[in-house]
Design a protein around this ligand. Sequence first.
Ligand code: PLP
Length: 425
Amino acid sequence: QPDPLTLSQPDWYEQGLPHIWLPYSQMKTAAPPLAAHSTQGSTITLADGSTLTDGVAAWWTACHGYNHPYIRKAVEKQLSTMPHIMFGGTVHKPALTLAHRLSNMLPGDLERVFFTDSGSVAVEVAMKMAIQYRLNKGENGRTKMLAFKGGYHGDTLATMAVCDPEEGMHHLYGSVLSEHIISPLPVDEKSTARFLSLLEQHAHEITAIITEPLVQGAGGMLFHSPDVLRHIRKAADDHNILLILDEIFTGFGRTGTMFACEQADIVPDIVTVSKALTGGTIPLAATIAQRHVYEAFLSDNPEHALMHGPTFMANPLACACANASLDLFEQEPRLAQVNHINTVLTEALEPCRALPGVKDVRTLGAIGVVELEKIENADALRTKFIQAGVWVRPFRNIVYLTPAFTISDAELLTLTDAIYKVLSS
Ligand code: PLP
């Protein structure tokens, strides 16, 4: 097939590219982006007709593969009756059905669903809920979060403040971000002692602990055991601190269970979901609170209401899409597919361990990671993957796969073979 990096590009690309600002890119030096034409299953077709096998599932969202006909039909049906209506003062079947289903699926009494349209905003809403929870109860001064090194919760001003301040991508903003308590994740004796001492010291000013359960994704695909989560839940309880679990990456099967917190058998006070919520088709996010959190907002004082309301909140197309995605989890063996992907990835990535420069190889659910000592030039490495016919997007010192759960074994092996070949070249 043609080399997608050397062919001439269509007119819309040449005309539009000078007007586009790309994410996470040094625009002066970044490799030019690919011109995508269509997506289907685990295949990306570019404008020149060449194809790539997709290893990323559009930043971990397209869990049923791209352009699933069942989801497409559900969106088309909704499009023909009510593409959008404001959520201030009206409700509709797609949103209420989805809220009901999410609250049934989630553990404990996580039962109040607040819809937004991106992961970062879902986390901001969770932070606002946790802060106002104290204010409404008259517990002044408890406005801080305890977050973890290696954590990532979004790119907005509030969420950047609970990302890793040193290793993370946002340290340039340090001087304008709110101050929170950043602790090491309690994975061993030393980090646990530090975590507990920070809690002890700051409990009077902390309202919530926020963490990604089982996997710190954007922080480098770092895995931890369910015991760590149990420990965090207990420490939060001991200090009357809320626990916010950010399941934006892990939610909807990625780690092998519908939600990662199930593996630790814990219930957060607030949980955030997005990404695979709609099967990666339309933006949607949700912040779901336990009953006791919600009840702190019930009052005769109008100021105790949660003052948040995105214009496109609970967009009916997005909610219909999410309902269709949940149907697919019920109708098709998604979690079994995740476990199968884990078996294939674990075996097929193992030979990478012997390659020079490889520090670690690890898998969890439908996540496969090859950690390198160092990646000198992530763009150049990505280009090599494109030339090998796969869409793999290295970052930090990580090459990772988070494929669609519907990916075939042959496609998976195309991805793992490409990783082996590229890393050994
Ligand atoms: N939280 C986690 C754990 C994430 O992985 C991400 C995105 O990668 C976000 C929050 C932010 O989501 P969004 O990019 O939709 O704002």
